[in-house]
Ligand binder design. Structure first.
Ligand code: ACO
Length: 466
């Protein structure tokens, strides 16, 4: 067991060395400097290339294959930290001291207990629902339990509500910076907070972020249990976040190696720049909705097949290929049909995805002793070699985070429909950290669309319309 744990650390250090050899130390100057609004940038469809905000939380350099959280590279965080330390880092901007970590862990242990939210959630047919839909619902139940938003104390008074129709005020001009933001709710919010019930929160503060980091794992695990025909399990206060998550999902306390593998998987998915789900949660937060709704929006965006979910498809693909001996023929046929191979390529990474660098060797350890997973892994390894040999140099296509994560989860005996919810269990740290950071200098998101419709049409009486 100890040997395996050491092996895991050495494989991360090895992966870091490999990555280091293929890059330099220079960040992109255009994407790593303070913004002096208004700025000019080249924007593609889907806001590609648009700069929406400043952040100190995380940096992705797709050309060089870097992933950085708060100044630390992902390899070091995986090698030396736990998910608890990393989520604290994302939220607070610094790694916790021993006393801070212990305090934070105590809070997570307390906030993992979601008896009321789970009871409410169990009133719905969770076993027949899509796991992500159930997770979104569960997050709403947490909102109901922990905020005052829907109660008398939480209602906005007339002076706190938006004073004018947002489209009638002069915000269609270039952004004018946070200082001159139009919607300033901080004062009323503070007043409202002061009169909130003692133990209930407004849904904007760090405590709500902790609740979500702890609670999304509990809700996800409960959904997994119910889908398997079991009742949810209460968390064990002695276990870490990763171990608790496996325990609450499977009903058995994981080995140290399984716990470490899950911990690394959670660290690897915790934040990833301004991706669709992060942006979705920030857009919702920018209206001064609350953080439970923001995280709900993140979950909703993550559910789409263009974002989360590719790892589930990777497992189906590897099962379909079946044998290493069939990899070449599969690839010949797929490329001849000009189809994409799921688990490869990335919108941002045009180099080897640093997360896949860790997950590949990690999967090799995770599958040991599980013959079905070993088979999947052997097919995957060969597929990676073949794809990289054929498309690596020419099209900069390499395995992405989803290529090996599904194998890791399968080896931990987790059902494929839970893969995307697990992504949310981790990413909730990035969503909450970025929302919390953005709200310090909030400005409601409000891009424009180019109108290409008609003008000056005449409204005809109903009888004359064709
Ligand atoms: N397999 C084979 N060829 C590929 C692949 C792939 N997976 N991905 C891209 N290419 C090729 C394209 O065919 C295209 O070739 P061409 O220039 O000859 O037409 C070229 O690479 C560029 O492709 P684009 O689709 O423009 O690349 P883009 O950066 O927009 O796509 C994407 C990124 C959507 C992730 C794509 O690589 C893909 O569909 N991959 C498979 C699905 C997948 O694994 N998604 C998970 C992504 S990770 C995540 O979201 C957490």
């Amino acid at each position: 067991m100890q040997a395996d744990l050491e092996k895991i650390n050495s494989l991360i250090i090895e992966a870091a060395k490999k990555a280091q050899m293929e890059t330099d130390n220079e960040p992109e100057p255009d994407f790593t400097k303070p913004i002096d609004w208004p700025i000019t940038c080249t924007v593609g469809p889907g806001l590609e290339g648009a700069i929406a905000s400043e952040t100190k939380i995380g940096y992705v350099n797709g050309t060089k294959g870097w992933l950085i959280y708060r100044g630390y590279n992902i390899f070091d965080l995986c090698a030396y930290c736990s998910y608890e330390e990393v989520s604290y880092l994302l939220l607070h901007g610094k790694l916790p001291r021993a006393s801070e970590l212990s305090e934070y862990k105590k809070k997570l242990a307390q906030y993992r207990l979601l008896n009321k939210s789970l009871r409410l959630l169990m009133g719905f047919p969770v076993e027949n629902m899509h796991a992500m839909a159930a997770l979104r619902l569960g997050t709403n139940m947490m909102r109901q339990e922990f905020t005052i938003m829907d109660q008398e104390e939480g209602r906005r008074g007339p002076t706190e509500a938006i004073g004018s129709d947002e489209d009638s005020i002069p915000m269609e001009t270039a952004p004018r910076g946070a200082e001159s933001a139009i919607y300033e709710f901080r004062q009323p919010l503070m007043r409202r907070k002061a009169r909130a019930k003692q133990q209930q929160e407004t849904g904007y503060d760090l405590e709500a972020c902790y609740r979500l980091i702890a609670g999304v794992a509990t809700v996800t695990a409960a959904i997994a249990r119910v889908r398997q025909g079991h009742v949810p399990i209460e968390p064990d206060p002695e276990l870490s976040h990763a171990a608790n998550f496996i325990y609450m999902m499977t009903g058995r306390r994981p080995s140290a190696v399984e716990e470490r593998i899950m911990d690394i998987a959670l660290i690897l998915h915790a934040d990833h720049g301004m991706n669709a789900s992060t942006f979705a949660s920030m857009v919702v937060a920018s209206t001064l909705s609350d953080i439970y709704f923001s995280v709900g929006a993140g979950i909703a965006a993550l559910n789409g097949p263009l974002h989360g979910g590719a790892n589930e498809q990777v497992i189906s693909l590897l099962q379909e290929i079946g044998e290493p001996s069939r990899v070449k023929t599969f690839l010949d046929n797929t490329l001849a049909r000009k189809e994409k191979i799921v688990g490869f390529g990335h919108r941002v990474y045009k180099a080897y995805d640093p997360r896949a660098r860790i997950l590949g060797p990690l999967a090799e350890i995770a599958v040991r002793g599980n013959s079905a997973a070993e088979k999947l892994f052997s097919v995957a390894r060969l597929l990676e070699q073949e794809v990289v040999a054929r498309l690596g140099q020419t099209k900069l296509i390499f395995p992405n985070v989803d290529f090996y994560s599904g194998i890791v989860y399968r080896a931990l005996d987790i059902q494929p429909e839970m893969f995307t919810p697990i992504f949310a269990v981790s990413r909730v740290a990035g969503w909450t950290a970025r929302v919390h950071e953005y709200l310090q200098n909030n400005r409601i998101f409000r891009p424009r669309a180019m109108y290409t419709g008609a003008f000056n049409l005449e409204v005809l009486p109903l009888s004359q319309r064709t």
